[in-house]
Design a protein around this ligand. Structure first.
Ligand code: GLU
Length: 311
């Protein structure tokens, strides 16, 4: 992909006649401190925003509260600051935004685009088995649509989006054209649970829109969620931002480096060292200190030749 042009054309996105400024964000889940893999996504989203003379935001995605670790949010913010990655506005916490997610869900339900579901995992498995359908995709069961026609007196456990048939197409600035048949591969997906937990898909779409995010830059492990998010944006009448999914840092076994497989907390006593490792994953030239000088050089390199490796 050639990129001077990619970088250049995104500085000001035209929506109708209104010029919209570039807004990017880094949206970590506070399930632990940043590690070498999450710094790649943070650095890429920061560089992309700076290279487009845009705004860069940090959003703490603590919507899945059982997985959150106390104090991890502040730890992440300190790690970002130590690396010189400072947001342009105070961070947003998803745990404070329940009323916005509720308003979006209410709107979808009122329009018949979302519906309550009473099914447990076991119910879903049994329905799929009865239909002779494959049990799972990436360990997720494709929802068979049991409650589309009503709850039949059973109590609601969750709300689901009524997924429209057809292939969802979207473009990734690094991976190229992407597509997914969400109805066949995922089915009607959960937006929120009756016990008050909001689903990542709904929260991220509502927040990106409320924060006027124009470019989503995040790790490639999240690319698989994008088609669902595009469907939700359409259902809510929201604009679809641009997407760039960054390369992952892999363990020696070839798995994605993550908190689950024991990724070490990012060492920020030597921020330039951590940043140089992340920059290398993004195909950027190693730099000496001070940190601010290295970051400024990478912003120029990113703006001149956006050339993420294709792997
Ligand atoms: N909170 C998500 C994570 O840490 C990222 C969500 C996103 O960037 O859309 O994996």
């Amino acid at each position: 992909m050639t990129s001077g042009s990619v970088a250049g054309t995104l500085a000001v996105a035209q929506v109708g006649t209104v010029a919209t400024r570039y807004v990017g964000r880094f949206a970590p889940s506070p399930t632990g401190p940043l590690h070498a893999g999450s710094l790649v996504a943070a650095l890429a989203s920061w560089l992309d925003a700076r290279a487009h003379d845009g705004h860069w935001l940090v959003r703490i995605e603590d919507v899945d509260s059982p997985r959150c670790v106390a104090g991890a949010d502040q730890w992440i913010l300190r790690q970002l600051a130590a690396c010189g990655l400072m947001p342009d506005e105070p961070p947003l916490w998803q745990s404070q935004r329940g009323p916005r997610y509720q308003a979006a869900l209410d709107r979808l339900v009122a329009q018949g685009l979302a519906y309550p579901c009473a099914c447990s995992r076991k119910d879903i498995e049994q329905a799929l088995a009865a239909q002779g359908r494959p049990r799972s995709r990436h360990g997720e069961r494709v929802y068979p649509g049991t409650c589309r026609g009503g709850l039949n007196g059973r109590p609601a456990r969750a709300w689901r989006l009524r997924v429209t048939p057809g292939i969802v197409r979207w473009n990734d600035r690094r991976l190229g054209p992407q597509h997914q048949d969400v109805e066949q591969e995922v089915g009607d997906f959960v937006l929120g649970r009756a016990d008050g937990l909001w689903a990542y898909q709904l929260a991220v779409v509502v927040d990106d829109a409320d924060q006027s995010v124009t470019q989503v830059v995040r790790g490639e492990d999240l690319a698989d969620n994008t088609a669902r998010q595009v469907l939700l944006q359409r259902a809510l009448g929201l604009a679809t931002p641009g997407y760039l999914h960054t390369p992952l840092v892999l363990t020696t076994n070839g798995e994605k480096l993550s908190k689950q497989n024991g990724a070490a907390a990012l060492e920020t006593e030597q921020p330039l060292r951590a940043l140089n490792s992340a920059a290398a994953v993004l195909g950027l030239t190693p730099r000496g200190g001070p940190t601010a000088t290295a970051l400024a050089a990478w912003v120029r390199q990113w703006a001149e030749s956006y050339n993420l490796p294709r792997d």
